[in-house]
Write a protein that binds this ligand. Structure first.
Ligand SMILES: Cc1cc2nc3c(=O)[nH]c(=O)nc-3n(C[C@H](O)[C@H](O)[C@H](O)COP(=O)(O)O)c2cc1C
Length: 209
């Protein structure tokens, strides 16, 4: 059995949080699809509300505390990312953007990402495509075609006019699972302290005496 790692980031502010609920559903669906293919998934869930102070400190000082550092590593070394934010003022939550802001510009390159959002109104679902998708495009991540938006009314009976929430979750999870299955990111974790050059190259042939 092979193993893949999945990071799940939720930036809901409430407790309980519909954003966390959507993030969990997406992670469970992805894990179940990969389990059917004999792939074990190790899930790390990151609640940004618990890291809000550390994220602000990092923005001000440039340093991450231990908990934040391990959250960043869980995301940057993962084979896949589920990233879900509530919609605030028709865009991502500030906390969500701040977390991405403190991640190195190159650290999410090629990372398979499934984006999701929750909102009070279904009318703001396009925020996924005009705000959240471009953010991960800028980071050179690979965002799966299906993104999942859940408005308050989606959590009801499931009698949607368009497509029931579980169907959208399953479709998006399948797209993420397809990419994660072939990802080698978690096996090629780069040591941040590794040298790009040998000591000989660094010394430029200097022998000393
Ligand atoms: C400051 C603020 C701004 C919001 N702006 C929007 C908005 O523009 N569009 C929308 O659909 N919902 C908006 N909402 C509602 C939240 O997106 C919605 O309640 C969300 O699902 C809450 O997620 P949570 O349960 O994980 O905290 C806003 C809520 C707050 C607190």
């Amino acid at each position: 059995m092979t193993t893949r790692t999945l990071a799940v980031v939720s930036s809901g502010l409430s407790n309980p949080s519909s954003t966390r609920m959507l993030a969990d559903r997406l992670a469970e669906a992805t894990t179940a699809i990969l389990a059917d293919r004999d792939v074990e998934v190790k899930v790390t869930t990151i609640e940004l509300r618990d890291l809000a102070h550390a994220i602000t400190n990092n923005l001000l000082t440039g340093f991450a505390d231990e908990k934040l550092e391990s959250a960043i590593e869980a995301v940057t070394n993962a084979d896949g990312l589920v990233a879900v934010t509530p919609i605030f003022k028709t865009s991502y939550a500030g906390l969500f953007k701040s977390f991405v802001d403190i991640i190195d510009n190159t650290a999410l390159t090629d990372l398979p990402v499934l984006i999701g959002a929750t909102g009070g109104t279904p009318r703001h679902s396009l925020a996924l495509d005009y705000a959240i998708r471009p953010l991960f495009n800028y980071m050179h991540s690979v965002v799966v075609p299906t993104s999942v938006y859940a408005a308050s009314e989606d959590w009801g009976t499931g009698a949607d006019t368009v497509k029931a929430l579980p169907d959208r979750i399953d479709r998006a999870a399948r797209e993420l699972a397809n990419l994660m299955e072939h990802s080698e990111r978690s096996q090629n974790v780069r040591d941040p302290f590794a040298l790009d050059e040998t000591y000989d190259q660094l010394l430029g042939g200097f022998q000393g005496n």
